[in-house]
Structure formats: structure tokens, C-alpha cells
Design a protein around this ligand. Structure first.
Ligand code: HEM
Ligand code: PLO
Length: 483
């Protein structure tokens, strides 16, 4: 263990046999905050036991960058847990699959497909703008009502990934969409929650409320994925690749016909399904969550909203819609998005990494098989790096002239980094920019009268969720006058 390095282990929380450090972690629903606070007693790098698993917690950007970038390959593994194994059929997806040739291949495939349909082409911009227009339409009809924007934002974002993955989209009130909303919420609420099931693998033989909910939701999701898969297989003709599903089918077809990927490597139906499931799931839950946080912070900070609108009025005006090519013209909007991603990281503990060999972090030795949790919350709220970290201040991402955005500190990794970096970063940023620009060009978002400002406290889970809140979308006078 850490042999030959001559280094000591990180300081460990006291551990009781069997229960591990569970007692210290119990009773706090927000695991990232609990781990953040433990720094004052144990330092920024410490270890703990989850049942029989040795877990190292990283709270500083220097160590985080060492794990993700400098030693990315040594820490590229993923733990297997009961819930993520159910979600991904034993790691046949990308996010919860451990490091290996098949994972590498799946990642590359998706990366290529995404740049083919989306990032590189105008098609994706057209799709996002179509959904943004439809979202604005809905907001107009609900004008001056106290509206729960969540389902509308979710549908807009879902239709973008749906177009990308399956070449399809949902109308308002579509029963398949309603079913998707429900199962996805169930999965977000249960998966990867270091519930007792994940800590004591043998508990899975006992009935467990969460596990039952997860299984029920996965059944619905799997049916939906299977149906899309079957439809695509039947319609697929090999030359017209319409979406990600087609792209995956085509790669497999050519691998079967001429060159097998490698001896012993096979891309099964399960691999294709789980890969699309990842992109669909990540595509919906992450971007929607960030949009909800952005709207919530704009309610709390009308002055930020006003500044975004002034910038837009000046640079774009009201006679045309915002385009992606306007991004360099709207640094304040970009800075606002960056600040939302900092103050409420979607994935506050990333996905746990696992060391694939004996290695080290800083001056400490880390044994092979250790789980490494990067606490992005700590990294983004480090007082040595950020001035008043709990203050929402987009200006911190702007240069002195307010013309360019930059990160004032290296302590900023909203999408992770290195070989496990988020696959959807470019797509997500395109969506966040266009949706917010379209909405704020036309509407001012306000808290409904006589209602207190909604809470900024998140709900910890596989993504840091926003509590339900209502919004009044008021058509801007300037927009009304211009049209
Ligand atoms: C992984 C953030 C949107 C697909 C991750 C990770 C983070 C992250 C922090 C974990 C990195 C690690 O474990 O080291 C975000 C944020 C998003 C976003 C903040 C929105 C603003 C998306 C979208 C997609 C996506 C839209 C799909 C197109 C993935 C996948 C992984 C991942 C597949 C797993 C990568 C791997 O394990 O190799 N993301 N993400 N993400 N993300 Fe995203
Ligand atoms: C979200 C619920 C879906 O029904 C299934 C799903 C698939 C991929 C997961 C995603 C969920 C949550 C966010 C995750 C994503 C893979 C990468 C992403 C974990 C569980 C992040 C932010 O790391």
C-alpha cells in the first residue's frame, strides 16, 4: 500500500468497525456541506470509511487538479455501487463505467457524434432556437401568472437532446413526456445516493423503499429506450444517419462487417442503450437544473437581470433574435452563467473516481482501489480563492473593462477536468446561452407579489436540485413597443 513512496496516508476520520465513519456523516442531508465543514477539523484532504470502502475527500483545487489532470489516468476508475449498477446495467454506459478500452471507445463515439450533429453544425443552433421560441410562446400565454417554470424549461431542454439522440420531440402534455418527467425524478432522488444499500452491499436482499422506487423508474425508462432502439433498428438503412442512435448503430454495423473493435471487445445492445441513456439523462437533468438556478438567482438579483438586458438591448436590439455568434458580444450574460455554475455546482461531488494503482495526492500516499471524492462545493467556495464566495457576483468573471470573461481563480471546475471531463460541456453552454438570451430579451422574471423570495438552498442528490418555486414572466415594455 503506497509502497516505496515513503509517504503517509491522509488523516482519517475515526472509524468504527463495520459502520465505518457513517456516524459522523449521519444526520446531514447535504453531504457536500458536511464534507466541506469537516475540513476545519481534518484539513482539506482527509479520508473516511464508508463501510468497507476507503474514501479520500479532496477539498482544494490544487489536489483536485492533481487528481483530474496531472494523474488523471491513475484516478480514472469508477466505483461500482448497487444503484449505479442498476442504472447502467453493470457499468455498460460511460459515466459509471470504469476505465477501459470499451469505455474509451464509447466516449470517442459520442464525442464524434456530438460534434457531427451539433457543436459543429448550424442544425443544433436551429433546434435550440426552435425550442427557445416555443418556450417564449408558453411564457407569453402564462403572462403575469405565478408559473412553475420547471416543466417548461425541462421540456425545452429535453426536446434538444431528444432531437439529438432520437430525432424526435415532445409536445406540451405528451403522455410519454409526463412519464419521462416522473421516472427521471425518481432516478435523481435515489441513484448514487450513498444510501445504506451502497454502503452495505448485502442489504440489497432486504426490501428497501429507495431501491424499489429506483427499480420501478428504471423499468419505465428501459421500456422507453428499448422502444426508440427498436424503431431505429427497423428504420435504419446505413447511409442516412439522423441522430446519435443511428450513429451508434452504424458504428456497430461496420464493426461487424469488416473490423471488429478488438478481440474480446463487443459493443452489445446494452452498451448502445446505456450510452444513449446517459446522454439523454445527463442532457436533460444537468442543463435544466442550471437554468432553474439561473432563474432563481435572477429573481434574487434584479440588478443583474437589468444589466443583462441593457447589454442585449445595446448589442443586439429587439429587431432580431439572439444567435450563438452573439456570445462574444454578451460578456455579462456569459459571466452570469459562469457565476451560476460556480455558486451552485450541478454535480457538487462530481462522480466518485477510483485509483487504478498505488499513487499519491500531494504529500500523501493513496492505495489502489481508493474512492476519491472531489468536493466541487469546497473548490468553488474556498475563501482563499474567492472573495465572499456565497455572494452572487457575475462581475468577478469579467476583466477590468467588463468586455471579456475569465476565471479569476484556478479554483473553478464546473465540468470537471481531464480524461473524465464532462462530454456535454459545449452543448450545455450553447443551450444555457441561447435559452437565457431568448427569454431575457423579451421577459423580465419576477417573484410573484406577496411571496417571499424562494430559498437558495439546494437539495443534494446526483445533481444539486433546486426547490420548487414560482415566477412571474412579464413581457418587457421595450419588447412590446418594438413589436
Ligand atoms: C460528467 C458537469 C451537462 C454528459 C460530468 C461531470 C461533471 C459534469 C462535473 C463529472 C466529471 C468527473 O467525474 O470527473 C456537467 C454540467 C453540465 C453538464 C455542469 C451542465 C451545465 C452535460 C450534458 C451532457 C453531459 C448536456 C450530455 C450531452 C456527461 C457524461 C459524463 C459527464 C456522459 C461522464 C463522463 C465520464 O465519466 O467519462 N458532467 N455536465 N453533461 N457529463 Fe456532464
Ligand atoms: C439523471 C436521471 C436520468 O434518468 C438518468 C441519468 C443518467 C446520467 C446521469 C444523470 C441521471 C445525472 C447527472 C449525471 C449523468 C451522467 C453525468 C452527469 C450523473 C442519473 C453528471 C452531472 O455527472
Amino acid at each position: 500500500l503506497g509502497m516505496g513512496t515513503g509517504l503517509g496516508r491522509p488523516r482519517s476520520l475515526p472509524a468504527l468497525p463495520l459502520v465505518g465513519s457513517l456516524l459522523q456523516l449521519a444526520g446531514h442531508p447535504q453531504l457536500h456541506l458536511r464534507l466541506w465543514r469537516l475540513q476545519s477539523r481534518y484539513g482539506s484532504l482527509y479520508a473516511l470509511w464508508m463501510g468497507s470502502h476507503y474514501v479520500v475527500v479532496v477539498n482544494s483545487y490544487r489536489h483536485a487538479r492533481e487528481v483530474l489532470l496531472k494523474k488523471g489516468k491513475a484516478f480514472a476508475g469508477r466505483p461500482r455501487t448497487v444503484t449505479t449498477d442498476l442504472l447502467s446495467r453493470g457499468g455498460k454506459d460511460i459515466a459509471f463505467a470504469s476505465y477501459g478500452p470499451l469505455w474509451k471507445f464509447q466516449r470517442k463515439l459520442v464525442h464524434t457524434a456530438l460534434s457531427m450533429f451539433g457543436e459543429g453544425s448550424l442544425t443544433l443552433e436551429r433546434i435550440i432556437c426552435r425550442e427557445a421560441a416555443s418556450l417564449c410562446e408558453t411564457l407569453s400565454t402564462a403572462q403575469d401568472m405565478a408559473l412553475d417554470m420547471a416543466p417548461e424549461l425541462t421540456r425545452a431542454v429535453t426536446n434538444v437532446v431528444c432531437s439529438l439522440c432520437f430525432n424526435s420531440s415532445y409536445r406540451r402534455g405528451d403522455p410519454e413526456f409526463e412519464a419521462m418527467l416522473e421516472y427521471s425524478q425518481g432516478i435523481v432522488d435515489t441513484v448514487a445516493k450513498e444510501s445504506l444499500v451502497d454502503i452495505f452491499p448485502w442489504l440489497q436482499i432486504f426490501p428497501n423503499k429507495d431501491l424499489a422506487l429506483l427499480k420501478r423508474c428504471l423499468k419505465v425508462r428501459d421500456q422507453l429506450l428499448q422502444q426508440k432502439f427498436t424503431e431505429h433498428k427497423e428504420a435504419f438503412c446505413g447511409d442516412a444517419v439522423r441522430d446519435l442512435m443511428d450513429a451508434l448503430l452504424q458504428v456497430r454495423l461496420s464493426a461487424e462487417n469488416n473490423s471488429p473493435l478488438a478481440p474480446g471487445l463487443e459493443l452489445t445492445d446494452d452498451h448502445l442503450l446505456m450510452t444513449v441513456g446517459d446522454i439523454f439523462g445527463a442532457g436533460v437533468e444537468t442543463t435544466t437544473t442550471v437554468l432553474k438556478w439561473a432563474v432563481l438567482y435572477l429573481l434574487h438579483h434584479p440588478e443583474v437581470q437589468r444589466k443583462i438586458q441593457e447589454e442585449m438591448d445595446e448589442k443586439i436590439g429587439l429587431a432580431r433574435h439572439p444567435h450563438l455568434s452573439d456570445r462574444p458580444l454578451l460578456p455579462y450574460l456569459e459571466a452570469t452563467i459562469s457565476e451560476v455554475l460556480r455558486i451552485r455546482p450541478v454535480s457538487p461531488l462530481l462522480i466518485p473516481h477510483v485509483s487504478l494503482a498505488d499513487t499519491s495526492i500531494g504529500e500523501y500516499s493513496i492505495p489502489k482501489g481508493a474512492r476519491v471524492v472531489i468536493n466541487l462545493w469546497s473548490v468553488h467556495h474556498d475563501e482563499k480563492e474567492w472573495d465572499k464566495p456565497e455572494e452572487f457576483n457575475p462581475g468577478r468573471f469579467l476583466d477590468k473593462q467588463g468586455q471579456h470573461i475569465h476565471s479569476p481563480s484556478p479554483s473553478y471546475l464546473p465540468f470537471g477536468a481531464g480524461i473524465r471531463v464532462c462530454l456535454g460541456e459545449v452543448l450545455a453552454k450553447m443551450e444555457l446561452f441561447l435559452f437565457l438570451a431568448w427569454v431575457l430579451q423579451r421577459f423580465t422574471l419576477e417573484c410573484p407579489q406577496d411571496q417571499p423570495l424562494p430559498s437558495l438552498e439546494g437539495k443534494f442528490g446526483v445533481v444539486l436540485q433546486v426547490q420548487k418555486f414560482r415566477v412571474k414572466a412579464r413581457l418587457r415594455d421595450a419588447w412590446r413597443a418594438a413589436s
